[in-house]
Write a protein that binds this ligand. Sequence first.
Ligand SMILES: NC(=O)c1ccc[n+]([C@@H]2O[C@H](COP(=O)([O-])OP(=O)(O)OC[C@H]3O[C@@H](n4cnc5c(N)ncnc54)[C@H](O)[C@@H]3O)[C@@H](O)[C@H]2O)c1
Length: 353
Amino acid sequence: MTELHLWLRHEARTTERRTPIVPDDARRLVESGVTLTVEESPQRVFPNQEYEAAGCRVAPAGSWVSAPRDAVVLGLKELPAEPAELTHRHIFFGHAYKGQPGAGDLLRRFAAGGGTLFDLEYLVDDTGRRLAAFGFWAGYLGAALAVLQHRGQLRAPLVPTTKEDLDETLRPAPGDAAFTGLVIGALGRSGRGARTAFAAAGVDPTCWDLDETRDLDRAALLRHDVMVNAVLATSPVPPFLREQDLDSPDRRLRTLCDVTCDVGSPLNVLPVYDDTTDWDEPVRRLRKEPPLDLIAIDNLPSLLPLESSADFSAALLPHLLDFGVTGPWGHCLDRFRQATREHGLDEGKFHDQ
Ligand SMILES: NC(=O)c1ccc[n+]([C@@H]2O[C@H](COP(=O)([O-])OP(=O)(O)OC[C@H]3O[C@@H](n4cnc5c(N)ncnc54)[C@H](O)[C@@H]3O)[C@@H](O)[C@H]2O)c1
């Protein structure tokens, strides 16, 4: 029986309704001998009572700061700005290893408190494959929003919904004009999600992955009405679109959704815009005549909090049951130590056991 004490925290970001562990999986953790404390959270898509009924202990929102030192604090997105010293082991998406804004500050907080970050983005198997990710629903939503925008049916601000309601709006209606779709990165998690949403909308998209972009045919790309970019770029490649392509007289492309959102990065394959869009203003017009609309939202899965939490939780559960410092968690630890070294922080002090 494991002696793990997990502490599921309330998410500091007010629009974040997702959770890394849903009540059914919380029950399985408790039944396996894990002590699971769940912070009350008014915005979490699952009510607190469901966790209580699953045998979890309940604690006030934000109380992880005074959790027992051996508790492992679990969340998804950023921590609140305080405390300055992080003493616990934390599992969440830190976004701190690629030079992102605030990365050094976060790592310094861990160094100051002797805590450890197990970054969920680096929870990988020995071949480097990610073990728990939200990609499918990101792609699904990206394509769904692009389709709705293309049909003139997208309403802002966007609000979290359910797949059932979203699919209802996607279903083609008699008289809807036919259009062509393209998914790039079609073989990945987001790409599969995008293809599924296109199918729900009655569209059979062209699918490109590495093989089809090696010798990029931009004219063919521009002949599609709606494009969804869902690649995971790991090394620089020629951009899929450049400014001059948007002005091509042969452009049929009217709606572009960038699920990847690598804006500002040297790996960006769509350097035709310089800022993401958001739930309040999901669409930006890049060209007036003929129109070209951009959707580039970096928190798409939060719009389907229930489905995306359930999938993520199912993928994470077996690894939480096997929490430790080897295997996938060892990879997280190695990456954390590498990052702290790169920032010149003292790795001797960290608490990882
Ligand atoms: N916007 C959001 O809310 C959101 C949420 C989750 C993930 N993402 C992003 O979506 C992207 C895809 O994530 P994923 O989980 O689907 O990754 P993944 O690794 O499952 O799939 C990526 C796919 O892209 C393909 N690819 C890589 N380079 C390519 C190229 N040059 N041409 C064509 N295909 C190429 C790969 O072969 C792979 O099939 C990532 O950048 C991720 O950060 C965005």
